[in-house]
Design a protein around this ligand. Structure first.
Ligand code: ZN
Length: 273
């Protein structure tokens, strides 16, 4: 019997050594249902051609990664960020992605509250463009170790507050276990996120101990200490029936043959689901 991989999605960054075409070919041959596309994978071809290529394969495009980085002390930089996000929304539409994931940003030279206010303003400025493209903006809260430069939105509660402030079908939330597993309020906040119709995406990987690199040492599911099955149960309880997206940045795993890595991802996934 063929294993059920219909809800498995893989981010192209996970198998970074493969270009977009090879990722599409290998994922679809393995029966993986979805692909999330990192902007670098599109840059080589341009988004129109990338979209044409993707449509030749039997995989769904789940999201385009990543917009955001709205805050900056310099007002011109904030305007540039809005333009950059509009362009990424156009690219998301070109490749057929229903979601643009937002790494919201932070400027270490200013208070986090101010960065959060600028994130809110930035999202507000691009919502009409998101609506025009039919692409939803998904706020991804990031682990607090990234609060200096990558995101001033660090808990699901903050993301829920922000999404509920907009109360727009064009703003949702990406729940990533790597960033949120430690939060004692996670179960309640996931329920709240689902109740308000804001749970748009579910990202999976694991947390290695010790972590050797803040960015590029994520673990394969089952390798680390994240209670993945438990968190997944909370997500499913909201009625979420979308993709489980594997997003692993790993210097170690990028070095092994990538087909071997893909096989490992599939067997790790099937152990949990
Ligand atoms: Zn993520």
């Amino acid at each position: 019997m063929h294993p059920d991989l219909s809800r498995l999605c893989i981010h192209t960054i996970t198998t970074k050594p493969w270009d977009l075409e090879e990722a599409l070919d290998r994922y679809s041959r393995a029966g993986v249902g979805g692909i999330s596309v990192w902007q670098d994978a599109v840059a080589a071809l341009g988004s129109r051609k990338a979209g044409d290529l993707i449509r030749q394969y039997p995989v769904d495009v789940v999201s385009y990664v990543r917009g955001g980085f709205f805050p900056a002390a310099d007002p011109q930089a904030r305007l540039n960020a809005i333009d950059r996000n509009k362009k990424m929304l156009d690219e998301a539409a070109d490749i057929g992605a229903p979601i643009l994931v937002l790494v919201c940003g932070a400027d270490p030279g200013q208070p986090l509250e101010l960065s959060r206010a600028q994130i809110r303003d930035g999202i507000e400025a691009v919502i009409p463009h998101a609506a025009a493209n039919g692409v939803q903006l998904a706020i991804e809260p990031l682990h607090p170790m990234y609060a200096d430069t990558r995101s001033a939105v660090n808990t699901l509660e903050q993301a829920n507050d922000m999404a509920e402030y907009f109360n727009s079908e064009w703003v949702g939330i990406a729940v990533d276990v790597y960033h949120l597993w430690w939060d004692p309020h996670l179960e309640d906040q996931i329920a709240r996120c689902g109740r308000n119709g804001n749970l748009s995406a579910f990202h999976i990987c694991d947390w290695n101990t010790p972590t050797s690199d803040m960015l590029n040492d994520r673990g394969l599911m089952g390798e680390g200490c994240i209670p993945l099955h438990q968190i997944s149960t909370w997500v499913e309880r909201t009625g979420f029936s979308g993709y489980r997206e594997v997003e692993i940045f790993s210097n170690r795993l990028w070095q092994i043959p990538q087909q071997e890595f893909l096989d490992k991802i599939i067997s790790a996934y099937l152990k949990i689901w």
